[in-house]
Design a binder for this molecule. Structure first.
Ligand SMILES: Cc1cc2nc3c(=O)[nH]c(=O)nc-3n(C[C@H](O)[C@H](O)[C@H](O)COP(=O)(O)OP(=O)(O)OC[C@H]3O[C@@H](n4cnc5c(N)ncnc54)[C@H](O)[C@@H]3O)c2cc1C
Length: 278
């Protein structure tokens, strides 16, 4: 339970951090909630850690026209307790409050969670339902990806060596939006066995746009497009929820069989939809 030796840098600015990461050999440390346990188990043995914790400029939640910009180092707790997000994008505050425990929410970061891309993590489902954008920066430039393109596979993202997740952008809710995040969690860690984020926009009592993100079931979080289409076509929550596992190869592990996960996904999708439909 003791990591191998490593060099440690704690830059004070983003430019300094990007310089230290430029040759692709150093590993980023954010909240350390996933990386430090992996180092202690020697599943990760970085030779050089670049700690982002002193870069104050990377932790923020800002309104910018129709969107909200969230810095990569913003903690789960900062999101959970944000009055701006509670009023303009409440799906994120609802999801944040369900992550792990108080210590994990105080240390863990939004950027660290999506960079890690645990298939049972909570953020990916909500960010998929919101249509979030991820900003990546390196010493040579900046690019933006949709969250769907960013999340590649289990513990794998579109991050290139030397790149950092510096910002996540989500649209502000409209007056007629409604959203929720529901999960059935593993009691020891809080990680999702299945988590479902639903976001709908209505007009005149009719759904005009439905987005559903699901985590915990497959090798990565996904958008349940068949469910979205069914809801937009006026089908009931129950009819639409039955489609949530279409085309999905569900995981089996010590916590739940694939069959049980699929059953939970239908139940939690139905409940989530029932609570957001007009
Ligand atoms: C007991 C426990 C319970 C938990 N329960 C839950 C839960 O219920 N739901 C849930 O979703 N998560 C849960 N987690 C995980 C937690 O949310 C972590 O905070 C998160 O997965 C990683 O974020 P971090 O900031 O700690 O990143 P770190 O652990 O510091 O880093 C994780 C990985 O991301 C990379 N990285 C970090 N930041 C960046 C960045 N800005 N740009 C590029 N790469 C970066 C690191 O190099 C590393 O590979 C739990 C963790 C613990 C220990």
């Amino acid at each position: 339970m003791i990591p191998t030796s490593f060099n440690y840098s704690a830059p004070a600015t983003l430019a300094e951090a990007l310089g230290l990461l430029a040759d692709g050999s150093a590993k980023v440390l954010a909240g350390g909630m996933s990386l430090v346990p992996m180092m202690k188990l020697r599943l990760a043995t970085p030779e050089h850690l670049v700690d982002l914790g002193r870069i104050a400029d990377l932790a923020y939640i800002r309104e910018d026209g129709d969107v909200i910009r969230i810095g990569g180092m913003t903690t789960h707790y900062a999101i959970e307790s944000s009055a701006l997000l509670a009023s303009q994008c409440p799906l994120l505050t609802k999801a944040a409050g369900q992550i792990g425990d108080v210590q994990v929410r105080n240390r863990g970061t939004l950027g660290g969670s999506i960079a890690h891309n645990d298939p049972a993590a909570d953020w990916p489902a909500s960010l998929l339902a919101l249509g979030a954008t991820v900003k990546l920066q390196s010493s040579t430039g900046t690019r933006e990806l949709s969250i769907e393109d960013f999340l590649v596979d289990t513990f794998t993202t579109a991050l290139e060596p030397g790149e950092l997740v510096t910002e996540i952008t989500v649209p502000k809710d409209q007056d007629v939006s409604s959203s929720t995040y529901l999960k059935y969690y593993q009691p020891a860690s809080g990680f999702a066995i299945v988590g479902v984020a639903a976001h709908v926009v209505s007009a005149g009592g009719q759904v005009v746009r439905a987005r559903v993100g699901v985590t915990g079931l497959g090798n990565k979080a996904y958008r349940a497009r068949a469910v979205e289409t069914a809801i937009e076509a006026g089908q009931s929550a129950g009819e639409a929820a039955a489609l949530v596992t279409d085309g999905i190869d569900a995981n089996s592990d010590i916590h739940a069989s694939a069959e049980y996960r699929k059953h939970l996904a239908v139940v939690y999708t139905r409940r989530a939809l029932a609570s957001v439909l007009p």
